[in-house]
Design a protein around this ligand. Structure first.
Ligand SMILES: Nc1nc2c(c(=O)[nH]1)N[C@H]1C(S)=C(S)[C@@H](COP(=O)(O)OP(=O)(O)OC[C@H]3O[C@@H](n4cnc5c(N)ncnc54)[C@H](O)[C@@H]3O)O[C@H]1N2
Ligand code: MOO
Ligand SMILES: [Mg+2]
Length: 426
């Protein structure tokens, strides 16, 4: 007798997954290697920026009070007592009616409280300039700490390091950066029909696309993938490889063999391993047979063999655990609303997660499927940058309705996108 599985709602399934603990770990990498990693500590400003009052222009540092009487009819003469470029300090105190020629980025000399741009002065000689208007204290000065103050938390732990964050790390002298250790995620593809990518097609066979897709998804989410190869549908071989892989990884993904077919061995393998199955049926399309289990402190993801179902299963269930394991507080895909670009007349009792593409049309975000909406489809994946969320129900969807979408390429993420998914805002 075929096993009858009871579907649970998507939100409940995700909840069951993330109720498992993760143990983020820290390691240090050089700043050159930090791009794309996740911060393991808050990024603190270790000093004021700027660290000293400085000139934002090429010009002359002045004592503003000396310009009180200056006007175009009454230009005031100043003596140039020195010159400093960025990186140098003028060490004497500037006296009345003296100025220092100063370049952008150089520290304001003692006694001065304003800067006059070169263009606003008249140079009589190397030693004398004229100023024809009044300047106030603070004119053209970048004050110490105006960019940021010592002790400010500039970037939170768990944030993905982008080029701007790298600039901050460098600014504050973090040449060794505390980043989250990348969780190692094992991948096993199962299926006697699977060919290697470099093999020619043969009757009944297909190339193994899921394994490589998952390796890329792991990398996109920030993890480290470890590929254990493809296996024939053979219980003993699959069990042995699963055991071996589990010993070497933080989490394990298998693809294929999770349904109720004669050669779908994943459920029996989980049983044999003594893993606790969190669910084996989710009220979603594609990916309804997605099975997730835990064994000790490790998660085992039995993703479907159907490419679209496999893809969706990763983004919903693996990605949040991976991101949490890198201190990230927004581990789920970011949810936004968009206008539905096409009709979906056929009702579905399960929530549909349609591989789709978002684009701006006259300033409005419009989401349209990136290909045929079936679980076994691979071609829709290439153009997908979001998943349209169409909750299950008795009615279809019309073009123009406002719907929720999950963004696949966004880095901000979401704390929890699964509340208030509305069937249609109309
Ligand atoms: N009687 C039932 N049959 C099926 C059910 C069901 O509930 N009752 N569920 C269907 C659904 S939904 C899905 S999804 C699939 C899930 O199948 P499995 O996870 O068991 O995967 P396989 O049977 O191994 O393969 C399914 C399909 O995917 C192709 N495949 C497998 N691995 C790969 C790979 N690495 N790269 C590319 N394509 C792959 C495979 O050739 C099959 O075509 O079950 C339904 N059946
Ligand atoms: O799990 Mo299947 O992908 O619902 O088609
Ligand atoms: Mg199957």
């Amino acid at each position: 007798m075929v096993e009858k599985r009871k579907p649970i709602q998507v939100a409940e399934a995700v909840k069951r997954v993330i109720s498992n603990d993760v143990m983020p770990q820290k390691e240090y990498v050089s700043i050159e290697e930090s791009y794309g990693r996740f911060l393991a500590e808050d990024l603190l400003a270790s000093h004021d920026v700027p660290a000293f009052d400085r000139s934002p222009y090429d010009g002359f540092a002045i004592r503003s009070e000396d310009t009180n009487a200056a006007s175009s009819e009454n230009p005031v003469s100043f003596t140039v007592v020195g010159e400093i470029g960025a990186g140098y300090v003028f060490n004497e105190e500037v006296q009345p009616f003296q100025v220092v020629r100063i370049m952008t980025g150089a520290p304001i000399p003692k006694g001065c409280d304003a800067v006059v741009m070169l263009e606003l002065t008249k140079e009589i000689s190397e030693k004398e300039i004229l100023i024809k208007r009044l300047f106030k204290k603070g004119d053209n000065i970048s004050y110490q700490g105006e960019d940021t103050k010592k002790g400010t938390v500039l970037v939170k732990k768990g944030t993905k390091i982008n080029p701007g964050v790298v600039a901050l790390l460098a600014t504050f002298g973090y040449h060794e950066v505390a980043v989250a250790k990348q969780p190692v995620i094992g991948v096993i593809a199962t299926g006697s029909e699977l060919l290697n990518v470099d093999e020619p097609l043969a009757p009944g066979k297909i190339r193994n696309s899921n394994a490589y897709m998952i390796l890329a998804q792991i990398e996109r989410a920030g993890g480290k993938a470890k590929y254990f190869g493809k296996l024939d549908d053979d219980f003993d071989a699959c069990l042995a490889e699963t055991k071996k892989a589990l010993a070497e990884v933080d989490m394990l993904i298998t693809t294929g063999g999770v349904s109720v077919g004669d050669f779908d061995y994943v459920p029996a393998i989980l049983k044999e391993l003594g893993a606790e199955v969190l669910f084996n049926k989710v009220a979603m399309r594609p990916g309804s047979v997605t099975t997730v289990a835990s064994l000790g402190d490790k998660m085992i993801y039995g993703l479907s063999g159907n490419p679209s179902a496999c893809y969706v299963g990763f983004e919903l269930f693996v990605r949040p655990m991976l991101r949490r394991a890198m201190y990230n507080a927004y581990p789920h895909l970011q949810k936004v609303t968009a206008t539905l670009g096409v009709d979906f007349p056929k009702p579905n009792p399960f929530m549909r997660l349609v591989r789709a593409k978002v684009e701006y049309q006259n300033g409005t975000l419009v989401a349209s499927p990136s290909g045929v909406d079936k679980s076994g489809i691979v071609s829709s994946l290439g153009g997908a940058d979001c998943l349209l969320l169409l909750p299950g129900g008795t009615r279809g969807y019309e073009k123009g309705m406002t719907v929720d979408v999950l963004l696949l390429e966004d880095q901000q993420g979401s704390e929890w996108p699964w509340d208030n998914i509305v069937a249609s805002y109309k």
